[in-house]
Design a binder for this molecule. Structure first.
Ligand SMILES: *[C@@H]1O[C@H](CO)[C@@H](O)[C@H](O)[C@H]1NC(C)=O
Ligand SMILES: *[C@@H]1O[C@H](CO)[C@@H](O)[C@H](O)[C@H]1NC(C)=O
Ligand SMILES: *[C@@H]1O[C@H](CO)[C@@H](O)[C@H](O)[C@H]1NC(C)=O
Ligand SMILES: *[C@@H]1O[C@H](CO)[C@@H](O)[C@H](O)[C@H]1NC(C)=O
Ligand SMILES: CC(=O)N[C@H]1CO[C@H](CO)[C@@H](O)[C@@H]1O
Length: 624
């Protein structure tokens, strides 16, 4: 009760309605201010006459607005008391009627600008000019009205979450602020709600956390969402202010799709002539995922001939590139059928089973025929033919074929350069090679022909083959002296002395090598002048059989010698050795050469002389 005595003022709130509702809050507010001792007594007092040290004024209400009244207990209503107002805003914002003590606003107030004003009131006796009451301090609180809209901060909101994430996954927190009094009423009590984006997203009303509310959100179905979140003050009750913001949510990919071939059969064709490494074709398994989750490994199933092809992944397109790994031959295999498989490179069994990350398709690869040149049955031919065979004898037969399905007939030719002497002929139709004339091994032991086979239709494709013809030896050559010998004997030579060692040659080429046999021409009488000794090594030695050869007696002797080869049948020749007689130097050297000297002295040519001598000899033999 003493508190009211101290104050001596009656304060009438001009706005009773709202004071009632804000009473409690006002009580709390005032405790820290310059205050009188009141507490529960105040309530009692309030109930009696609204004596209070705190006025309330509604913000944003146009002036003049009656706030309240100061009144002294001793005021009898005779205008003897003068009320004076001082302090913040006195006279500027607040006016007091000096007679009645009524206080009213001069201007519209804004709580968000200044929430309260500290003022002092005085009551003075007009006559004595003395204060009737002690000066009293009080405050005018500006009462909040909901004159501010909530506002989102930190915009724009962009978030990414993995698809298929569980319900309740946090997307982002949206935040709004409100300039109104957070402690007074609900003017700044904000509530969030989703205007657009349900049922996939929800927002926690008080915190603004946007979370997922839909299981199995599929990026492949929808990749991004525009969630519109609304914030409302006044606890979301009607009549409040609101604002919206947009949250852009994108779903990031997870591997929740396996590869899928859109065709269960892929058909390709490749030319049989295609080189190894040729790209035969491309297959594609689709995968709704992106990036790493759409990466593909391709493989070919083991099947007959499947190793003729290889498959690898195009790193850019993720296609399976089928490449030729082995040469093809249309005539051998015209069609390949095999299965191909695509499997994701990065498998995530959280979303699909292992087998759902793979798919199969069938490949059919047809080999296209290409017109190819004829092919000889042998890479080369080597034949042998004996020399001296009759013209028309067959040496051998070449054969070439066009393996193409059309199987064009071929014709055969001998390349002219390989048979300059035109010794061979080929039958153009059946490839039979014959000789045009007898061959002589001793002229040419090899005939190496180039034979061309040419298709008679279409592109006249051709190919060639080498034919080696070896001419086999026949013993058709008689042995001869290795060289022309000019032996001589000195007058007075002894019996048994070596006159000449002779040797022989033969153009034939017996496989086992040459073997020559030497002998004297068989006669009734043994030659009294010379002997022959076969040395068994393809040489023979001619020896004197007697002494006392003189030039007076004879200047030369003719000695026919039989040489036989080892052929079958054997061939024999009988060349004649002419042995001169010379009057030698003491050192056994014949200065002039026996035969020459003789021939010149006779005035005859040596050939004539030999001719005469041979006739004489023959005559002599016949006479015997
Ligand atoms: C104020 O009054 C209430 C009931 O009227 C009472 O419960 C409370 O204890 C009182 N407080 C003080 C500080 O006297
Ligand atoms: C795909 O191929 C790559 C490279 O050959 C290999 O490392 C990876 O293990 C393969 N993935 C699967 C699932 O086979
Ligand atoms: C090849 O053809 C010729 C001429 O028509 C014929 O004389 C010869 O007998 C044929 N040879 C073969 C092996 O068919
Ligand atoms: C023919 O071929 C044979 C065997 O290759 C060879 O020895 C010979 O010298 C060749 N002859 C010619 C004239 O090319
Ligand atoms: C066969 C032969 O030539 N005999 C001759 C041997 O020598 C004597 C003497 O010179 C000749 O009279 C032979 O004719």
């Amino acid at each position: 009760m003493n508190c009211s005595a101290l104050l001596h003022m009656l304060i009438f709130s001009s706005v009773m309605g709202f004071c009632e509702t804000n009473e409690k809050q006002a009580t709390r507010q005032s405790t820290g201010l310059h205050q009188l001792n009141r507490k529960n007594s105040t309530r009692h007092r309030l109930k009696r006459g609204w004596i209070w040290t705190q006025f309330f004024v509604q913000e944003e209400v146009p002036a003049p607005q009656v706030i309240g009244q100061l009144k002294s207990d001793s005021d009898r209503g005779d205008n003897s008391i003068k009320y004076i107002l001082t302090g913040e805003g006195a006279g500027e914002l607040f006016h007091i009627n000096e007679y009645t003590g009524k206080i009213q606003t001069l201007k519209r107030l804004d709580r968000e600008e200044k929430a309260f004003y500290l003022l002092r009131g005085q009551a003075i006796d007009r006559r004595s000019n003395q204060p009737i009451e002690p000066e009293s301090e009080f405050i005018i609180k500006v009462q909040d009205t909901n004159d501010n809209m909530p506002q989102f901060i930190n915009e724009p909101y962009v978030a990414s979450i993995p698809e298929m994430c569980p319900v309740g996954t946090t997307v982002v927190q949206v935040t709004a602020t409100d300039a109104d009094d957070p402690l007074y009423g609900n003017n700044a009590k904000l509530i969030y709600s989703v205007l657009q984006g349900e049922p996939y997203f929800s927002v926690e009303p008080k915190t603004g956390f946007v979370v997922t509310s839909w299981p199995n959100m599929d990026r492949e179905a929808q990749e991004s969402y525009q969630v519109i979140v609304q914030v409302k003050d006044m606890m979301g009750l009607s009549g409040g202010h609101s604002a919206t913001t947009t949250v852009t949510v994108s779903l990031s990919d997870v591997n929740d799709n396996g590869p899928a071939f859109h065709h269960n059969l892929f058909t390709f064709a490749v030319a049989e002539s295609a080189p190894v490494g040729t790209t035969v074709g491309r297959i594609m398994a689709d995968d709704a995922d992106v990036g790493v989750n759409a990466r593909m490994n391709y493989s070919l199933e083991e099947a007959e001939g499947s190793d003729t092809f290889q498959i690898h992944t195009d790193p850019v397109t993720q296609e399976g590139v089928i490449v030729l790994a082995k040469p093809l031959d249309y005539e051998t295999k015209r069609r390949f059928v095999m299965a191909a498989e695509a499997i994701n490179d990065h498998i995530d069994t959280r979303f699909l089973s292992y087998n759902e990350f793979r798919d199969r398709t069938t490949l059919k690869i047809f080999v296209k025929d290409v017109d190819e040149p004829p092919v000889f049955l042998a890479q080369e031919y080597e034949w042998k033919i004996q020399e001296n065979m009759a013209a028309g004898t067959t040496v051998g037969i070449v054969s070439a074929r066009d393996w193409d399905v059309v199987n064009n007939p071929v014709r055969y030719y001998i390349d002219k350069g390989s048979d300059m002497k035109k010794e061979f002929r080929i039958d153009p139709d059946n490839g039979t090679i014959t000789i045009v004339k007898a061959l002589d091994r001793e002229t040419s032991a090899w005939h190496n022909l180039t034979i061309t086979a040419k298709e008679t239709k279409q592109n006249n494709l051709f190919s060639s083959v080498l034919v080696f013809i070896k001419v086999l030896d026949v013993n058709d050559n008689a042995p001869q002296f290795l060289q022309s010998y000019h032996p001589f004997i000195c007058e007075g030579v002894q019996s048994g002395e070596l006159v000449q060692v002779i040797s022989a040659v033969d153009q034939d080429d017996p496989p086992e090598g040459h073997h020559f046999y030497f002998s004297m021409v068989p006669e009734k009488h043994i030659n009294p002048n010379f002997t022959l000794r076969d040395n068994q090594d393809n040489t023979a030695s001619i020896l004197t059989r007697r002494s006392s050869f003189t030039r007076q007696d004879r200047t030369q002797y003719l000695l026919p010698i039989v040489i036989m080869d080892s052929g079958s049948p054997a061939l024999t020749s009988t060349p004649t050795l002419t042995i001169g007689v010379c009057s030698c130097n003491p050192n056994g050297h014949c200065p002039a050469g026996g035969v020459e000297a003789f021939a010149l002295s006779m005035g005859l040519s040596i050939h004539t002389l030999i001719g005469i001598l041979v006739s004489l000899l023959t005559l002599t033999e016949q006479l015997h």
